[in-house]
Design a protein around this ligand. Structure first.
Ligand SMILES: Nc1ncnc2c1ncn2[C@@H]1O[C@H](COP(=O)(O)OP(=O)(O)OP(=O)(O)O)[C@@H](O)[C@H]1O
Ligand SMILES: [Mg+2]
Length: 286
């Protein structure tokens, strides 16, 4: 079991951990090293459900400490790719994949991948908030208790840090022992983000995190993505074009299991290279 890098040490870019997990995300990046700049490197990647091929020969480098949006019509494979990035598809017996999907320098499709450790490194937030039927405190503390040897005071510090990062602390600090299920939908989604960042992931995957939220809660989550963007690598799936344009640095447009176009968000939205991309971002289909 590892020792946790405390939030205060994290903020200073130092780590108490034996592993390099947090150092990796806070180290000075050598701009000459492409692999250091890439959080997820997808090459010749194909994904299948039984004989149905959902993703075809994808090649994509997701840059570190930036926000990448996946856009595209329903059924084009956005969630499938996201779920492969932390091996959530392991629970689907008919799902398999070929090619290479590297997080850091390891191909996580390998049989030897430690999936529990991978999910600490690559956190995920789902479309529908899914807090555990536990207290607010225990939800956020859950992963840290699982992965780290941590004292009570460190745990409290971590829960407070995570809830503050997720812009929820002020609303819940007086009821940390209350059930998480008593929170509103928007609060539950922010709690799930707090839970995801509490284990110190380098990458945060968000699959339509705002689709069940009202405009005010959506705005809060978008602010949060903006706030977290330089500390974590974020990949967000969204059907909301304005959201992709507002929140992301880069955008990948998917269509029928292929990446049609990928680039700086501003370029994809204002000067797309492909007609299909233009038709989609201007609302002509999808
Ligand atoms: N568990 C599964 N079993 C079989 N086929 C699946 C499974 N999950 C997804 N698929 C199929 O794979 C394709 C891609 O689905 P995926 O959920 O990745 O699309 P998506 O782009 O996320 O769509 P949406 O925007 O509606 O969420 C679809 O044709 C879908 O029916
Ligand atoms: Mg989806």
């Amino acid at each position: 079991m590892q020792k946790l890098a405390t939030p205060s040490n994290r903020a200073q870019g130092r780590s108490l951990s034996k592993s390099t997990k947090y150092q990796a995300s806070t180290a000075t990046i050598d701009s000459s090293s492409e692999s250091m700049m890439t959080a997820i490197d997808i090459a010749n990647f194909n994904a299948f459900y039984g004989t149905f091929q959902a993703l075809h020969d994808l090649n994509l480098k997701i840059p570190r400490q930036q926000v990448t949006a996946f856009i595209g019509p329903s059924g084009c494979g956005k969630s499938t790719l996201l779920k492969w990035c932390n091996r959530m598809n392991d629970i689907v017996p008919i799902a398999h994949a070929t090619g290479s999907l590297k997080v850091g320098d390891r191909n996580i499709l390998s049989r030897n991948t430690d999936v529990v450790d991978l999910r600490r490194q690559v956190g995920m937030v789902f479309q529908k908030a899914n807090p555990f039927p536990k207290s607010i405190f225990d939800n956020v503390a859950y992963g840290a208790r699982l992965h780290y040897k941590i004292s009570r005071s460190e745990l409290y510090e971590l829960v407070e840090w995570s809830l503050k990062k997720a812009a929820l602390w002020d609303e819940v600090k007086d009821r940390l022992k209350s059930s998480a299920l008593g929170l509103s939908g928007g609060q539950q989604q922010r709690l799930c983000i707090a839970r995801a960042i509490a284990t110190g992931p380098e990458i945060l995957l968000m699959d339509e995190p705002c689709s069940a939220l009202d405009p005010a809660s959506t705005a809060r989550i978008e602010d949060l993505i903006f706030e977290l963007r330089r500390q974590f690598t974020i990949v967000i799936v969204t059907h909301n074009m304005q959201q992709a344009a507002r929140c992301s640095d880069r955008t990948a447009f998917f269509f029928e299991g292929k990446i049609v176009e990928e680039g700086a968000t501003e370029d994809v939205f204002t000067r797309p290279q492909k007609q299909q991309t233009e038709d989609y971002v201007t609302g002509k289909f999808g």
